[in-house]
Design a protein around this ligand. Structure first.
Ligand code: AKG
Ligand code: FE2
Length: 317
């Protein structure tokens, strides 16, 4: 029998996930949520609430710095991480956000010169946040591996080395929110994503091809977890790659922090198990780098914006 109602994104307590007596029930809920939605919220996940609050507070403080401070970390011109303004037009719908990207794992590849040095303490907090979320992601991947009747470490191993990128999204309040989406409908490319949102709201998911959208209400201290395309392929389509979007808000700025967990570029993307009588969801094995390239051919355009209703950033003034 299904544990969840049809039109609500599941909220799952991870209390007891390490303890044999409760583990089976928690795992069952996670697996069902991945099969039905590909997206769910978790509470009692063991990440210190103070760390979560600090991460939200320091990230927000960065976006309220003067433009020239933010632009010191501008990532255009070939840098991999740092600050950028992202806009993309699809028909008459445009997305609108400022982002800061941190490439956090493998940790040997961290380029600290691209990490903003203000506000004070953000770098240290991001490092700690990154480590705790890597642990949480690993746990979820173990649960999903076992659900596929594979060894605990199977999904993680299929990633070669589990990579991590933290993308902080700031959506300035937007007077014309009918026309503008914070972030249009998409699936994430990686294995799983762990998302932290502030209390404004706007994240939505669909499981019927965008006929209806369901709000994912902010819950203080909770994380939203979603399966990405890579996780979907490895499970041979059993776990949904969650279709989601973020709405702009007319009254309030909004912040979200997405932690993407994904494989090394060379990792081969192919279902780990194809059941008898089943067809593989992808025809030929492909590297994650190729898969990513295909998907991202519609990348956001880098833009220094000057736009109705938003705080303007102009590097020349
Ligand atoms: O801002 C949000 O709630 C969603 C962000 C997101 O989906 C992404 O960064 O991929
Ligand atoms: Fe996303």
């Amino acid at each position: 029998m299904a544990t969840f109602t049809e039109d609500e994104i599941p909220v799952i307590s991870l209390a007891g996930i390490d303890d044999d007596a409760h583990m089976a029930a928690v795992k069952k809920k996670i697996v069902e949520a991945c099969e039905v939605w590909g997206i769910f919220q978790v509470v009692d996940h063991g990440v210190d609430p103070k760390l979560i609050d600090d991460m939200i507070r320091l990230t927000t403080e960065f976006y309220y710095l003067p433009p020239e401070e933010k632009l010191r970390f501008d990532m255009s011109g070939g840098k991999k991480g740092g600050f950028m303004i992202s806009t993309r037009r699809k028909g008459d719908v445009e997305d609108w956000r400022e982002v800061v990207t941190f490439f956090t794992y493998p940790s040997r590849d961290r380029r600290y010169s691209e990490w903003p040095d203000k506000p004070e303490g953000w770098i240290k907090t991001t490092e700690e946040f990154s480590e705790k979320l890597m642990d949480l992601a690993s746990k979820i991947l173990e649960v999903l591996s076992e659900a596929m009747d594979l060894e605990k470490g199977a999904l993680k191993e299929a990633c070669g080395e589990l990579n991590q990128k933290i993308l902080t999204n700031f959506y300035p309040k937007c007077s014309n929110s009918d026309l503008e989406l914070g972030l249009p409908r998409h699936t994430d490319p990686g294995t799983i994503t762990i998302l932290l949102q502030d209390q404004v709201g706007g994240l939505q998911a669909t499981k019927d091809g965008a006929n209806s959208w369901i709000n994912i209400p902010p819950m203080k201290g909770a994380f939203v977890i979603n399966i990405g395309d890579h996780g979907h392929y490895l499970s041979n389509g059993r776990f949904k790659s969650a279709d989601h979007r973020a709405l702009a808000n007319a009254k309030s700025d909004r912040l979200s922090i997405a932690t993407f967990q994904y494989p090394t570029p060379e990792a081969i993307v192919y279902p780990l198990k194809v059941g008898e009588g089943e067809k593989a969801v992808i025809e030929n094995p492909i590297s994650f780098a190729e898969m990513y390239k295909k998907k991202m051919s519609n990348e956001p355009v880098l833009a220094m914006f000057n736009h109705k209703g938003h705080n303007k950033i102009n590097p020349s003034t």
